[in-house]
Design a protein around this ligand. Sequence first.
Ligand code: 4AD
Ligand code: MG
Length: 448
Amino acid sequence: MLLSGFARVDALRKIMTDSRQTAHAQDIFSASPGSEVTVHGWVVRKNSVGGIVFVVIRDGSGYVQVSAKNSIADEDAMKAIKAVSRESLVTVHGTVRDDGRAPGGREISTKSFKVLSKAETWPITKTASKSASFLYNIRHLSIRSRKVVATMKIRAEVIGAAFDFFRSRGFTLISAPSFVQAAVEGGSTLFSVDYFGKSVNLSQSAQFYEEAALPALEKVWIFQPAFRAERSRTAKHLTEFWMIEAEQAFADQTENMRLQEELLSFITNRVLGDRQTELKILGRTLREFQLPLPRITYDEVLRASSKEGVPFRWGEDIPTEAERVISMKHDTPFFITDYPLSARSFYHQTYEGRPDVTKSADLIAPEGFGELATGGQRIAEHEALLDRIKGQDLPSESFGWYLELRKYGMPVHSGFGIGVERTTRWLGGLKHIRAASLFPRTLSRVSP
Ligand code: 4AD
Ligand code: MG
């Protein structure tokens, strides 16, 4: 009988649930020896030793070894397991047994073995896997690796920790549009798209929308994609990434930095507490750090990096190489504060009597990883912001509603944005930021 629509889906689901009586690969290690289990999984490798076939299978929980020999497995099972190809989806039914030679000291002794979906020849051979660009070309398949799985678990922990952190601090999670008009972080990295015959931009940052939400909600945060037309090929730039941003009314830059370091500490401790296995898979030694984090000024960085032979001019943004050199000198994250206005976006509040220096900071990861977050105090007064926009020859009409906010009771406020993939890259000790994204978007990559 042919079932259609929902009836068919329900029937399929029932078959799946019935047959998963239901162990995951990792459950084997807490089951009692002798108990019978059924596991669905994907074949990772296979070999035979003296008439016994060993197969390692993977599911969402991890890896388990399966063994099969004639005296225990039925005839069909032996036939199926001998012929099974890598990455085929299989169902194994058997008995849990201790075996010192199996990874983790446990295995499933097969009684029955069925191939649910046979895989073609797996393209990721040992030689092929040495080419990073090949692996990213077939990322839809290569994401099944241990390292990618470990990285995605750490990334999910970063995001989950942020949800818990902001909820416990009374911040409201908001959302903002991705189709926007204004350039929050300057025109040079804007993506424009056709919007019914009109050109609009993809959002670089939700900051302006967060600011607009302050008189309604006071403390907000947001978690959504940001788009940057980055033309540089670096280990820390994606063209699409996820950003965690927060904005607080009645908070100055001192308070803003405190919030950032507490968030980073909360995230780091969560990963240290719950993701040791994944850190080990990535070969990463990550250490806890004490608060407050060190704070050094832009001027101090300028002097220190000149001494290290990486000079730059006051007023420029800190060049990547100088940032790397300073970052190498630290073994905990730290802040670089007091950036020149010329190196910052127009909306930054400056110090009284120091109109060239902003109340802003970057949060920098140690060991050469570099910038994780940027934050600052915003101009809250209408006249001051209008003067700034005019002073920088920016089109004030593009910032109409952002300016108007300042006419209707805008409090002192500050905020920041921290990149999810940058943070994951640092926590996991990853060479390149693209490894922190399941399907990275870079200058040269929009597929898969
Ligand atoms: O430093 P950025 O440009 O600051 C802002 O967008 C502010 N408006 C945020 C705010 O105050 N609400 O971006 C913030 C963070 C960076 O520190 C970095 O972690 C990440 O976003 N980021 C990128 N990550 C990956 N690829 C890129 N091209 C990135 N550009 C920024
Ligand atoms: Mg920045």
